[in-house]
Write a protein that binds this ligand. Structure first.
Ligand SMILES: [Zn+2]
Length: 305
């Protein structure tokens, strides 16, 4: 096939207007990459979530690798806007598609893939299901994506590592997916919360999420008093906003809905009673998710009060 023809086909298959990402400085050499709030699409390459990175004297530490090979390349391009340093480490905060399906791309560029043991195990467990679902959203733009769970697996419930003088501490949150974790930078007072915290968008409770663990993890995060929070979804925020938009909602689900389940109240009556919550109504996805979230919280507390 003539070369110009191949190039044309490439452009048709991968339109150049596909949304790019940019890095935003949080503090010092810590950056956030804030993805859009909506659903996964060919245009956003499944990067409807947040990522981040730290530039150190010995290379870049990337937090989460995106949902596909092309998505990982967009993240790499956002990093390249800021530094020429190579990505040395990829740390995964969890096992949802956009947290780790770009791992293989960064490994091919020489990065080490790091996660807590249970995060890596959950990645392996959910990978086939996630690739199927993503194929529906991304179509041909998923081509070339190889699910590669983290290969450096850290034992224990918490672990701290240092690269180029920058300490990063992982700790389980187990909220959105089992084995989810946060990444805490004590020196910078920055936390990458993973899917423990959503702002601007209502957090989602999935069949495998735990409201009980999410609530406990949020309280543990508050005790750290981080100055900057890079949430799983939504803008970089302070602790007060994270408290209002995620912490208060976790408390509501655990205390009010969980309390109704413990008191053996009717699930239908409970869901109707709390259908309308003015303090969370402005958040994206409220209409779509709130009732199902309450339902899953109720069931969690009913089966393990
Ligand atoms: Zn997410």
């Amino acid at each position: 096939m003539p070369r110009f023809c191949a190039a044309l086909l490439f452009l048709l298959a991968f339109p150049v207007h596909a949304a790019q990402l940019s890095a935003e400085r949080v503090v010092d050499a810590v950056y956030a990459i804030i993805g859009p709030l909506g659903q996964r699409s060919p245009d956003n390459d499944g990067l409807n979530a947040n990522f981040g990175f730290v530039v150190t004297a010995q290379g870049v530490i990337l937090i989460d690798s995106g949902a596909s090979r092309l998505g990982a390349q967009k993240i790499a391009a956002a990093i390249a806007q800021v530094t020429d340093q190579p990505v040395r480490w990829v740390i995964n905060t969890g096992s949802q598609d956009h947290r780790w399906l770009g791992n293989a791309y960064f490994a091919s560029q020489g990065a080490e893939l790091i996660a807590l043991t249970r995060s890596a195990a959950t990645q392996a467990e959910f990978s086939a299901q996630q690739m199927r679902t993503l194929a529906g959203f991304l179509g041909a733009r998923l081509d070339g994506t190889q699910p590669l769970p983290a290969t450096t697996r850290l034992a224990g419930d918490e672990a701290c590592l240092t690269l180029g003088g920058e300490s990063v501490c992982l700790r389980y949150t187990d909220a959105h997916f089992p084995g989810d974790a946060w990444v805490w930078l004590p020196k910078r007072s920055v936390i990458f919360s993973g899917d423990l915290i959503y702002v601007d968008r209502l957090l989602g409770v999935l069949p495998w999420s735990s409201v009980k663990k999410g609530q406990a993890a949020f309280h543990a995060l508050e005790a750290l008093q981080p100055k900057y929070i890079v949430p799983g979804h939504g803008a970089v925020s302070d602790l007060a906003k994270a408290r209002r938009e995620s912490g208060d909602y976790e408390d509501f689900l655990a205390n009010t809905i969980g309390g109704a389940a413990r008191d053996m109240e009717s699930i239908a009556v409970t869901l109707d009673k709390y259908a309308d919550l003015p303090q969370f109504k402005h958040l994206h996805n409220y209409t779509e998710l709130h009732r199902a979230n309450m339902n899953r919280a109720f069931v969690e507390f009913e089966s393990a009060p």
